[in-house]
Design a protein around this ligand. Structure first.
Ligand code: NAG
Ligand code: NAG
Ligand code: NAG
Ligand code: NAG
Ligand code: NAG
Ligand code: NAG
Ligand code: NAG
Length: 355
């Protein structure tokens, strides 16, 4: 009978086990998920409740709206820019120029809100970004924390200014492709009136990935709230109307499902599904079904889009990125590497803000 301990191979394997485990395990274990604590959840509920209550209060007292999107005021509507970041806002100098509109009759037609992951220390913000950081929580890619962060931004903007009529979600890797005035006229001009002030949100339903994404939390887990035929996908970067922004922070039903952790992390991008699914269930005709934030998915690696580097930056690139197959030109583009700041600043006034 052969004793195990006499086998020369076994001690070697036992000695190597920790090393093998170290080499193999990290490739199979998903990164630890950031949980949403019940304290955070209660805070958000209170914030969303306060925002919707305030809106309905204003709405009641000022029923004569100048916008069907639900602004409760006769003064010029504003755009709320919602910056979602977990690193330095490296392009803030370009945005500071973008917002420095001195030739519009009422230049103060926007508000800025920043959600910045508090576990990451970012460089202090200046210009129009000074003191614009809202109470933020940890965020993590491919997790419901990104949905929470966007909803927190929306609620903060609704609470802050009843004139906020459109809500544009922007990432730290986004840059503008047109002037602020051009964007403003696109959202509120005559053409927008004819379109009924839609939300510019991508809503796709024929993507091959949808089945795996739908079942990422387990088979049939999304039922009964969301049937597979109601499940949608689209870019997280949207520009939505006040009416739809309110729907997003009023929702409890879909959030109960979308906040669940994924079993299949490879198919877990809740932030790309929650908003298009919710708004297409609620008001499909009110959604353009396309986004006005340009992104290049050609040769994407690990779910990251193509990144533009300084040598790519040119007037031609800006003109190309503006071109769309929809009735609205692209207003923003991502992703740009941080060192694109200088070449982009050089063409800001002469190209980017010349519409
Ligand atoms: C909501 O309003 C209540 C009453 O004014 C206040 O006590 C609470 O702190 C507010 N919640 C948030 C998250 O700001
Ligand atoms: C806006 O532009 C004016 C004039 O160029 C400048 O003095 C001011 O500092 C700018 N404001 C911001 C916030 O960048
Ligand atoms: C004023 O802004 C408009 C766009 O809103 C632009 O077409 C025009 O060139 C600007 N004028 C000056 C003097 O900057
Ligand atoms: C998906 O739908 C879009 C818009 O209707 C269409 O352009 C595209 O060809 C469709 N893709 C597939 C794979 O069916
Ligand atoms: C967006 O797509 C939905 C569902 O396909 C459709 O009902 C709606 O009319 C579309 N929106 C526009 C503005 O065409
Ligand atoms: C998109 O990215 C690919 C490479 O990934 C590049 O060849 C192409 O020029 C880019 N398209 C645009 C419009 O920038
Ligand atoms: C517009 O559609 C054409 C034909 O499908 C396509 O080749 C082109 O890349 C599209 N342009 C943009 C900006 O998406």
């Amino acid at each position: 009978m052969v004793s195990l301990s006499t086998s020369p191979l076994l001690p070697t394997i036992i000695l190597l086990l920790p090393l093998l485990a170290f080499l193999i395990v990290p490739h199979f274990l998903p990164p630890p998920r950031v949980p949403i604590s019940s304290v955070d959840e209660l805070y958000d509920l209170s914030l969303f409740h306060n925002a919707t209550t305030l809106h309905h209060h204003h709405h009641h007292h000022h029923p004569s709206n100048n916008l069907r999107s639900g602004s409760g005021s006769l003064q010029s509507p504003k755009i709320a820019f919602l910056f979602l970041t977990n690193s330095d806002l490296v392009f803030s100098p370009i945005w500071n120029l973008y917002f420095n509109v001195t030739n519009l009759s009422n230049a103060h037609l926007f508000n800025i809100y920043v959600h910045s992951d508090p576990t990451i220390k970012i460089k202090s913000l200046d210009g129009f970004f000074k003191n614009r950081v809202i109470k933020s929580r940890r965020t993590q890619r491919s997790s419901p924390t990104l949905i929470s962060a966007a909803r927190r931004l929306i609620a903060s903007a609704i609470l802050d200014d009843e004139r906020n009529s459109y809500f544009a979600l922007i990432s730290q890797h986004c840059v503008p492709l047109h002037s602020f005035g051009f964007f403003y006229n696109t959202l509120f001009g005559d053409e927008a009136i004819n379109k009924g002030f839609p939300s510019y949100i991508e809503v796709l339903d024929n993507e091959t990935i949808l089945w795996d994404r739908y079942n990422a939390r387990g088979e049939n887990v999304m039922l009964p709230e969301v049937g597979f035929n109601e499940f949608r996908v689209g870019s997280q970067f949207f520009v939505i109307s006040r009416k739809h922004a309110l729907k997003v922070i009023e929702d409890r039903k879909l959030w109960r499902k979308f906040k669940l952790p994924c079993l299949n992390v490879q198919s877990c991008y809740p932030e790309e599904h929650y908003f298009p699914t919710l708004l297409s269930m609620y008001d499909p005709k009110g959604c353009t079904n396309y986004t006005i934030t340009r992104v290049n998915w050609t040769d994407s690696v690990d779910g990251h889009p193509h990144t533009y580097y300084p040598s790519d930056v040119s007037p031609e690139l800006i003109y190309t990125l503006r071109e769309s197959n929809f009735s609205t030109s692209y207003m923003f583009a991502r992703k740009f590497s941080p060192d694109c700041l200088k070449p982009l600043l050089e063409i800001a006034e002469s190209v980017i803000f010349k519409d």
